[in-house]
Write a protein that binds this ligand. Structure first.
Ligand code: OFO
Length: 174
């Protein structure tokens, strides 16, 4: 039998299920970016993005478990086709940052809702996502700064791509 600590309010459950959808869409979007960069020979960027896609799936799973453990029902969303082509590597990371900003807004809305509803357990759970968004946005901005510095320099792009693969822990490389 499930150990239920407290029942989730419907309004919170709905918001968390919407977040599952958003994390799943992040995973799909970054998977598409990974595949596109792979076809362009950008193997470092591609490994980085495959890994990022896996992380987003983990973010989604954390929410699934949380909802179910609290007596709710996690809803697994249908897959939506993400964009499949990009103008450049800079465009990839600009899209990634834009997507992350939307995710942050959604997380902040849930945190606000938790306070309104006095759901301090979910509020506490969501703090992990708040911290994660801070890291993800900072990383995306750093990557974009580097790309903007490189501009059209092919040698610089080669080194950038090689270095990006080094940011992935060995045991997590795809
Ligand atoms: Fe789940 O952190 Fe990005 O989207």
């Amino acid at each position: 039998m499930k150990k239920i600590i407290f029942m989730l309010k419907d309004i919170i459950e709905k918001a968390l299920n919407k977040q599952i959808e958003l994390e799943a869409s992040s995973s799909q979007f970054y998977l598409s970016m990974a595949s596109w960069t792979e076809t362009k020979g950008l193997s470092g960027s591609s490994s980085f993005l495959y890994q990022h896609s896996d992380e987003e799936r983990m973010h989604m799973l954390k929410l699934v478990k949380f909802i179910n453990e609290r007596g709710g029902n996690a809803l697994i969303p249908a897959l939506i086709q993400p964009p499949t082509t990009f103008k450049s590597l800079t465009h990839v990371f600009e899209s990634l940052l834009e997507h992350e900003l939307n995710v942050t807004e959604s997380i902040n809305n849930i945190v606000g809702l938790c306070l309104e509803e006095k759901d301090f357990t979910t509020h506490n759970f969501m703090q992990w996502y708040v911290a994660e968004q801070l890291e993800e946005e900072a990383l995306a901005r750093t990557i974009l700064d580097r790309l903007n510095m490189i501009g059209n320099d092919k040698g610089g792009l080669y080194l950038f791509d090689r270095d990006l693969s080094k940011e992935i822990p060995q045991d997590e490389q795809v």
